[in-house]
Design a protein around this ligand. Structure first.
Ligand code: GCU
Ligand code: CA
Length: 129
């Protein structure tokens, strides 16, 4: 198995900023999206071959309210309103995984906040093939 970690701070961010004020993240920071529906983070993963993959999203949600997100791969939904519940603190990070099918070459993976609270804080996407 091969795991590729793609840091959120290097991804395309719509309605959000890179921050580092809550410890425990991988890389140099995490993405704090605005508290707004439609905010998103989009990664590009280059797959050496087409086939199934497990996509793992590391996040923190220091509130008690769910921060559901839609997950798309190459514009196609792989999860709708996937739950990203409270992790207990902004410094407590958790992971959530979904299965997807990748094409050979560039694959875009986008997570979009679906509620007015926006996304949880996002640390990275890991692609396991
Ligand atoms: C706090 C926290 C941020 C978080 C935000 C939110 O401001 O410091 O990291 O993104 O809450 O509710 O989304
Ligand atoms: Ca936020």
């Amino acid at each position: 198995a091969v795991a590729t970690r793609l840091e959120a701070e290097n991804a395309t961010i719509s309605q959000g900023v890179v921050e580092s004020n809550h410890a425990g993240f991988s890389g140099t920071g995490f993405v704090n999206t605005d508290n707004a529906a439609g905010c998103y983070v989009q990664w590009t993963h280059n797959a050496s071959a087409a086939g199934p993959a497990t996509l793992t999203i590391r996040y923190a949600n220091g509130t008690t309210a769910d921060r559901p997100m839609d997950v798309t791969v190459n514009g196609v939904a792989v999860a709708s309103g996937l739950s990203f519940g409270g992790t207990g603190a902004w410094t407590t990070w958790a992971s959530k995984s979904v299965n997807a099918t990748l094409v050979a070459g560039a694959n875009t993976v986008r997570v979009t906040g679906t509620t007015a609270n926006g996304c949880p804080n996002l640390d990275y996407l890991e692609v396991l093939v």
